[in-house]
Design a protein around this ligand. Sequence first.
Ligand code: NAD
Ligand code: GDD
Length: 322
Amino acid sequence: MKTALVLGAGGFIGSHLVKRLKREGLWVRGVDLKFPEFATTEADDFLIGDLRDQRVVREVIDRRFDEVYQLAADMGGAGYIFTGEHDADIMQNSATINLNVLDRCHKRNISRIFYSSSACMYPAYNQEDPDNPNCAEDSAYPAAPDSEYGWEKLFSERLYLAYARNHGMKCRVARYHNIFGPEGTWRGGKEKAPAAICRKVAETPDGGEIEIWGDGLQTRSFLYIDECVEGTIRLTRSDKTGPYNIGSDEMVTINQLAEIAMKAAGKKLTLKHIPGPLGVRGRNSDNRKISAELGWAPSVALTEGIAKTYCWIATQAMANRR
Ligand code: NAD
Ligand code: GDD
């Protein structure tokens, strides 16, 4: 039976990935500091452990796995990564995890390992025009990410690529662009714009007002979780190393995102623009390379993904009020 190891299996993308791998019939081990928050894990074996600790990494990578997915990281949305308060932790925690995991996989002769980098590694100077950001894979250098989170991702990408070159490992690197969907963090400070805005819409009576950070004219694209999992598995099993963008190229302003969430809710609300952590002015996934080289790119419309996500968050918010 084919085996997979999912690191960060208690998190949003990891828990969805485990479900998909189980549906395909793999034997799956999950590892995280915590169990998934919103559903019972479907992993055959789930180990609670801290991947910053080399002893834990030795214990959890105690055999060869056919596929390893490295999703564990210290991460969050704009309210977490752009305030500057968590910079040291983010760099220390995530870099240590990647150094430990990759070295152990190499020693165990594990070859095929997927690494989840981020669009946050792209240079800030190419993301100043909200209508025309450049996030082509080859635009990464000269490097100038706008957050320490982005710098750590760039360092770790390079680490995986170096192990691929020097040790012949089948490392696969993706740059995710803002992934959203049910069972993702929707409150507490680490939530990203789709979940935060769905929550605000759900908690506000029709005709009321919700707060949006900035003027709402900053642009982003958002990728539905099922498509993220599909792209991740396709890349991992391909003969390509990457890095590849895994994201949607349906770019919207944050104000438009709020309109889509309101439509899903059947509510009309006023937007109140307030100061907040903003990040880059514009970002969109450039899918030309992944389409050409992997013959795949995501296609689910944002309205469809937000409708499903809104439903889930509204239910959570309601249950929470009781
Ligand atoms: P998440 O925070 O839900 O999941 C990450 C998981 O890693 C968490 O469950 C966390 O507990 C675990 N973790 C953190 N430190 C750990 C440690 N020391 N030992 C063991 N586990 C640890 O985030 P996610 O949205 O599922 O993201 C998964 C990966 O994709 C991350 O590497 C993230 O940086 C990357 N990524 C995500 C997005 C996105 O929009 N969600 C965008 C770009 C990149
Ligand atoms: N989180 C959040 N909450 N963002 C808001 C809100 C709100 O209530 N209101 C407006 N925004 C704006 C932010 O100011 C930012 O300009 C934009 O919405 C997008 O914010 P996020 O979704 O939080 O983050 P991001 O797109 O800047 O970065 C995310 O995506 C990266 C990959 O593309 C983060 O999740 C990163 O961790 C990730 O790597």
